[in-house]
Design a protein around this ligand. Structure first.
Ligand SMILES: Nc1ncnc2c1ncn2[C@@H]1O[C@H](COP(=O)(O)OP(=O)(O)OP(=O)(O)O)[C@@H](O)[C@H]1O
Ligand SMILES: [Mg+2]
Length: 307
């Protein structure tokens, strides 16, 4: 872990990383570091633990480093936050885990283990290891030319190997499962006919169609308005509790972390500088950059309170 001072971070970085509604640790019931007040207690676990070891990524042409030796662990039914300023490498961590790094980037080290089994060489981890991902802008992630029910049904066909009619029925069931009203009717609509929040629910339904062992949610609420953000987070929490899949929640918003995550990891310019339970990191941050983030959030909150 490198030592990074706060001095290199400008005021913009404060605003980019910290939500103005940053809660205090004592506002939350984080007592044992695992049970947040919005979480139900989970049932027995049949899902998988994901371990990421020593993940490093670089730009192939210039060999400039983007991630250096990142280690992460996600237990079944656990929501793990990954925070850091813009450009710190959150999305590249997500894409490398899915095995879909963009052209021009190269993974130079790293292993991915599912329940201890090495799946690093499996090229399509989304299928073989049931990793699913939802992105920041749901509308961009859906096919604009295909009805949403059909898009969910295709995921069902691919991952559950059901026939066409069964897949369509399952797609409608999944749309209902993510609390879309009139799922039968909605299934026949195109993405542009739905709100941003509904499109994100469709994305969550597509992720569920994979029966994921791991869900990576990369800024899943950033493009949505505040009320819808809370609904989508509640949905992710609810499904995590029900399916016991682990979630890697990428966010720049420490308020979301405090509200949602069991544990949190802080990335700074490609280095994982701090990891721990949300309660511990908020109450007793060890790294200078983490303290900087939390202090910045508190200052913004105080300024908002005084305004
Ligand atoms: N295709 C690419 N070629 C070269 N560099 C890239 C490429 N994609 C991303 N990068 C660089 O990798 C670094 C990490 O990017 P990444 O998208 O993971 O950041 P992030 O933490 O997700 O930021 P944000 O909060 O803005 O989404 C950045 O410096 C970015 O410029
Ligand atoms: Mg990103």
């Amino acid at each position: 872990m490198g030592s990074h001072g706060g001095g290199g971070c400008d005021q913009h970085a404060h605003r980019a990383v910290v939500d103005r509604f940053l809660p205090r640790p004592h506002d939350r019931d984080h007592g044992d570091g695992t049970a947040l007040h919005r979480r139900r207690s989970g049932g027995g676990s049949s899902m998988s633990r994901l371990t990421i070891e020593d993940l490093s990524v670089e730009v192939a042409a210039t060999r400039s480093s983007i991630l250096r030796g990142v280690d992460l662990e996600i237990e079944p039914g656990e929501i793990v936050g990954l925070v850091g300023e813009s450009g710190s490498g959150k999305s590249m961590t997500s894409l490398a885990t899915m095995g879909i790094l963009p052209f021009g980037l190269r993974q130079t080290s790293g292993r991915f283990l599912v329940d201890g089994e090495d799946v690093t060489d499996q090229k399509r981890r989304s299928v073989s290891s049931r990793f699913a991902m939802i992105f920041q802008n749901p509308r961009d992630s859906l096919n604009p030319l295909m009805k949403v029910g059909e898009q969910v049904a295709r995921m069902v066909q691919l991952h559950q190997r059901l026939g066409r009619a069964e897949s369509r029925a399952e797609a409608v069931r999944l749309l209902g499962r993510v609390h879309i009203i009139a799922p039968d009717e909605t299934a026949r609509k195109y993405p542009h006919q739905l709100s941003g929040g509904m499109c994100q629910r469709v994305m969550v339904a597509m992720a569920l169609a994979c029966k994921p062992s791991l869900l990576i949610a990369d800024e899943p609420t950033t493009a949505l308005d505040v009320t819808v953000q809370a609904q989508i987070l509640d949905l992710i929490i609810e499904l995590t509790d029900e399916t016991r899949c682990g979630v890697l929640l990428v966010t720049h918003d420490l308020g979301v972390v405090a509200e949602t995550c069991d544990r949190v990891n802080v990335l700074y310019r490609g280095d994982l500088v701090e990891s721990g339970t949300t309660a511990r990191v908020f109450a007793d941050p060890q790294h200078e950059y983490t303290r900087y983030l939390l202090d910045a959030g508190r200052q913004l909150e105080a300024a908002d309170g005084a305004a």
